[in-house]
Design a protein around this ligand. Sequence first.
Ligand SMILES: [Zn+2]
Length: 312
Amino acid sequence: MTSSKKSMGDEKSLWGVDLGGTKIEGVILKSAANPEVLFRHRLPTEADQGYAHILDQVKKLIDKMQAEAGYLPAHIGFGTPGTLDPKRGVMKNCNTVVMNGQPMKVDLEKMLGVRVEMANDADCFALAEARYGVVKDQFPDARVVFGVILGTGVGGGIVVDGKAIIGLQGIAGEWGHNFLDESGGPCYCGKTGCVEKVISGPALEKYYFNETGNKKPLKDIVALAESKVDPTAQKTMLRLVEFYGKALSVIVNILDPDVIVIGGGVGNIDLLYDRGLDALRKYIFNTSLDTPIVRPLLGDSAGVIGAAFLVS
Ligand SMILES: [Zn+2]
């Protein structure tokens, strides 16, 4: 079996783990220069069984990867919900709440006997799209990339020259909890009117429900708006477009990235790529909008691929 083990890469290969709330996925990429996926495996996180159990699941995954590859690398990248507080060394802002307050980096390093690099899942998304996805494909000269997750939650990641920018407090790129509009109401983060409370999928569904008394999933609201049969659905979409422009203008004014990649379920809505750009153009501190705003290429795999890039 030696030959098949050799095909799982060597010291140049990159190992990444996406530690999600429902599944833990691992991947081995051939190399930074040629990031072909050599191996992929996933396990349920079973977060309801607690933090120690999550660590056990990670161990099981890495053991499996080691058995397949025939070696263990010196360095593994992990994408996580929330983020590691760089000063305090503990996890924070995780919606998988059992991770919060835990010294996860140290625990993983002790348990696995390797060095661990960690970043938020939105950082990993941005990194993957920058180095392997749509940016590498269509904008190979881009140096500053902003990756947006616009779905159930709203997050973001900044990549400069192929590296994720984590920030002093580990919150670089977290535009989802910038203030946007009072109408968003209280947020789980303790503040009011966050971007996430105005333009996330659940926020749009809530707005439609408050206006009509009808509970509908976002995809139905989008379809109703597109077929122009429901004025409230159209109003919900126009409100999204307007606030999307306002929210994203802050990013463009501060970072002025070479390209913005929009991921997540809400990010799929076609309107964001025509009228959304008009709204953004209206709110930025410039007379024109040159920033390319594009859809991602990698789909669900972006998180785990980005995690692997954390080590190179
Ligand atoms: Zn918030």
